[in-house]
Design a protein around this ligand. Structure first.
Ligand code: ADP
Length: 398
């Protein structure tokens, strides 16, 4: 069985084609600049050179057609005909309260996802466009939706209700949803395997630290709390997003700077986080470099970030009455030994003891803690595509 995994952004389409016999990626790639001048597909077949295909892609439909053509190409393709694509798994950001699990994408589900557009106006429309393009190009291939919000649907009301008038939850479903669910679930499952214990019996704090970042408390296999909220703006300070701030700052800035709410929204989403503090970059590599060469605001940005992550780890240990493992994943979590080390510093009260020698590693599943550490510190590279492919296979096999 071979599964195509699709992840559509507003002007991009990422894909992986996975052979589920051995869970090997047979081809993967990225179409960029969809809908604008200079559309291009970079296609990477396994054990072959990367191919760059330049072709006009006014919509996701042409982008997907280009992907299918690349997969079938005589020279650099990996299949002979479309029949070899057993099913397609689509990443969808927001399923609201409708779906706690992955589901086949029938008409009812599509309508439900369209109803969620107002909850995720930037993310759901391109996700839906990608699904519709797929249905046109491969009408007979089963499609499955895998949702970023689904894993967090196990949160209890006390974790997801905001302390604002309850009528806004009733009228508009304003509540905490949480994101990166597929990633948190995957790394929590790997953590259990690494500890040699069932996931249903352990307490894990999963730190997905990438461009966007979120932390989840996973207790007995269920998300009990997570740092992102109604939107992916809440929680940690991120590359360009503010994370938690005093909401009164919004009115204050609007008045002082004479700007409207859209401008404030842009500032909080695109100009804040470690970019906003450092003034250097949203990329932690640039900030770490600037900090090393003495840039004080870059140093401050890192300190604020680390302080933030520590606070969530402490809070979630309290929420779960303990923790067995802290897991680091995504771009920063997988690659920055200094960041992991700074976060775990001075957490011996909790039983966290990082082994600096073991921590000197990148992108490889590793137990980073000292032998006697009560809490294990784990590095687990995330693999959302594989998770989507597994869910898709399960549903198609039913
Ligand atoms: P996205 O949320 O876009 O999927 P990723 O998970 O790929 O992001 O994370 C990207 C971020 O990871 C980069 O912006 C960078 O800050 C960080 N990163 C990647 N490699 C390193 C590294 N070697 N050292 C420090 N930070 C890194």
């Amino acid at each position: 069985m071979k599964i195509l995994v699709i992840n559509c952004g507003s002007s991009s389409l990422k894909y992986q084609f996975i052979d589920m016999e051995n869970e090997e990626v047979i081809a993967k790639g990225l179409a960029e600049r969809i809908g604008i001048e200079g559309s291009v597909l970079k296609h990477q077949p396994k054990d072959m050179d990367k191919v760059t295909i330049e072709r006009p892609m006014p919509t996701h439909r042409e982008a997907l057609q280009t992907v299918v053509d690349a997969l079938k190409d005589k020279e650099y393709g990996v299949i002979k005909d479309m029949g070899e694509i057993t099913a397609v798994g689509h990443r969808v950001v927001h399923a609201g309260e409708k779906f706690a699990y992955s589901v086949p994408l029938n008409d009812d589900v599509m309508n439900a996802l369209k109803e969620c557009i107002n909850l995720a106006p930037l993310h759901n429309p391109p996700n839906i466009m990608g699904i519709e393009a797929c249905k046109q190009i491969m009408p007979d291939v089963p499609m499955v939706g895998v949702f970023d919000t689904a894993f967090h649907q196990t949160m209890s009301k006390k974790a997801y209700i905001y302390p604002i008038p309850y009528e806004y939850y009733e009228k508009y479903r304003v509540r905490r949803y949480g994101f990166h669910g597929t990633s948190h679930k995957y790394v929590a499952e790997r953590a259990a395997a690494m500890l040699g214990k069932p996931l249903s019996e352990i307490k894990v704090i999963t730190c997905h630290l990438g461009n966007g970042a979120s932390i989840t408390a996973v207790m007995n296999g269920k998300s009990v709390d997570t740092s992102m909220g109604f939107t992916p703006l809440e929680g940690l300070a991120m590359g360009t997003r503010s994370g938690n701030i005093d909401p009164a700052i919004i009115k204050f800035l609007m008045e002082k700077e004479n700007i409207d709410i859209n401008e404030v929204d842009k500032i909080l989403n695109k100009k804040s986080g470690v970019l906003g503090i450092s003034g250097v970059s949203s990329d932690f590599r640039d900030i770490e470099e600037a900090a090393d060469s003495g840039n004080e605001r870059a140093q401050l940005a890192l300190e604020v970030y680390i302080h933030n992550v520590k606070k969530f780890i402490g809070a979630y240990a309290a929420v779960m009455n303990g923790v067995d493992a802290i897991v680091f994943t995504a771009g920063l979590g997988e690659n920055s030994a200094t960041m992991r080390s700074s976060i775990c510093k001075d957490m011996s009260f909790l039983g966290v003891e990082l082994d600096e020698a073991k921590n000197n590693v990148r992108g490889k599943e590793t137990d980073l803690s000292k032998d006697g550490s009560k809490v294990r510190v784990l590095l687990v590279p995330t693999n959302e595509e594989l998770m989507i492919a597994r869910d898709t296979m399960k549903l198609v096999s039913k």
